[in-house]
Write a protein that binds this ligand. Structure first.
Ligand code: FES
Length: 95
């Protein structure tokens, strides 16, 4: 049995106490994964507090826009990589 490579990401979450904090998660790589795939994995398997929106999964609707390494990107169009910082909550400076 082969072990899958793991990727660590940091995600900004809103806690049950209403605080915003960064949390780290390890994701098992499953072929070509998008940031959206990774967030779905985290939400379903690791931490239901990781919350985000999505719809088309094809880069059309814009529902999955979020800050990834400080830049506004579509999570369904960004390939999952080691060390990404993902902010589904948006930032203070929405330029
Ligand atoms: S889910 Fe529609 S653009 Fe990403």
């Amino acid at each position: 049995m082969t072990e899958r490579a793991m990727v660590t990401i940091k995600v900004r979450v809103l806690t049950e106490q209403g605080r915003v904090e960064w949390r780290s998660y390890q994701i098992p790589l499953d072929g070509e994964m998008s940031v959206l795939n990774a967030l779905e994995y985290v939400h379903e398997k690791l931490d239901p507090l990781v919350y985000f929106t999505s719809s088309c999964r094809r880069g059309v609707c814009g529902a999955c826009v979020m800050r990834i390494n400080g830049r506004k990107r579509l999570a369904c169009q960004v390939r999952l990589e080691e060390g990404l910082e993902i902010d589904p909550l948006g930032g203070e400076d929405d330029n």
